[in-house]
Design a protein around this ligand. Structure first.
Ligand SMILES: O=C1O[C@H](COP(=O)(O)O)[C@@H](O)[C@H](O)[C@H]1O
Length: 241
């Protein structure tokens, strides 16, 4: 595991963009495509804007396929739909073609949406092992990642899958990659900054005794890939040296 701690969001964003570009270049060189899983929430907005504005000519964007590690069970035009934020900040500005973007179809019931999403991923990988080149993850202040929330069925889900989950504290369904699917990736990057994430980071990175039910981000541990945390001083202030 590689823990990177930045002083400013600007430095973090620039370095994370460089990291993404390196992986994209490598993947395109190796396989002629880059399978990139996006995260939702508010944290990645600045990164997506930076990629769209400052990195337009640094990647062959026509070779990039975009996926979502989790989605909220709201219509695609709802402000809370993760895909909408990515569409506005990254995908539209870069003119990414529709057939390179894998949105979760929330017109379907959550369980069906998860099944169909997994099927679309299977089709993309043509029956081969589903190993994404890069999965970007956020972390909630309750230590959830993707939509694997504390004390939900997804914490114990051992299948390589996309699943629907009812999150009681939000009184809503989510659709999410399971931890085993995430852990197959070549590269996993957490993007976590700000003081409100300090308690979560303390437990997710610092605890020797794991409690994945309470801190689901502890489930993330790539099988053969690399795990990198892009964080700032505020988010890591409770970590002991
Ligand atoms: O609900 C979600 O929350 C997490 C963290 O979001 P943030 O706003 O604290 O950055 C996010 O990673 C996930 O994709 C999203 O659905």
């Amino acid at each position: 595991m590689n823990l990177l701690i930045y002083k400013t969001l600007e430095e973090l964003t620039e370095d994370l963009a460089d990291y993404i570009i390196k992986i994209a270049e490598f993947s395109i060189e190796e396989n002629d495509r880059f399978n990139f899983v996006l995260t939702g929430g508010s944290s990645p907005k600045a990164l997506y804007q930076f990629l769209a504005k400052e990195c337009e000519h640094r990647i062959d964007w026509e070779k990039v396929y975009f996926f979502f590690g989790d989605e909220r069970n709201v219509p695609a035009d709802d402000e809370n739909y993760n895909g909408l934020m990515a569409k506005r900040t990254l995908l539209d500005p870069l003119n990414i073609k529709d057939d390179h973007i894998f949105y979760v179809n929330t017109n379907l019931a959550p369980e069906k949406a998860a099944i169909e999403y997994k099927k679309s991923i299977d089709r993309h990988f043509k029956g081969e092992d589903i190993v994404f080149d890069l999965i970007l993850l956020g972390m909630g202040d309750d230590a959830h990642t993707a939509s694997i929330f504390p004390h939900t069925s997804l914490v114990k889900d051992e299948e390589v899958n996309v699943a629907s989950v009812f999150v009681e504290k939000l009184n809503t369904y989510r659709i999410s990659f399971t931890a085993p699917l995430i852990n197959k990736a070549e590269n996993i990057a957490f993007l976590v900054f700000g003081e409100n994430k300090a308690e979560a980071i303390k437990h997710v990175i610092g605890d020797e005794q794991k409690d994945v039910d309470q801190y689901p981000s502890q489930l993330i541990n790539p099988i053969d890939g690399k795990l990198t945390f892009f964080t700032d001083e505020a988010a890591t202030k409770l970590l002991e040296d």
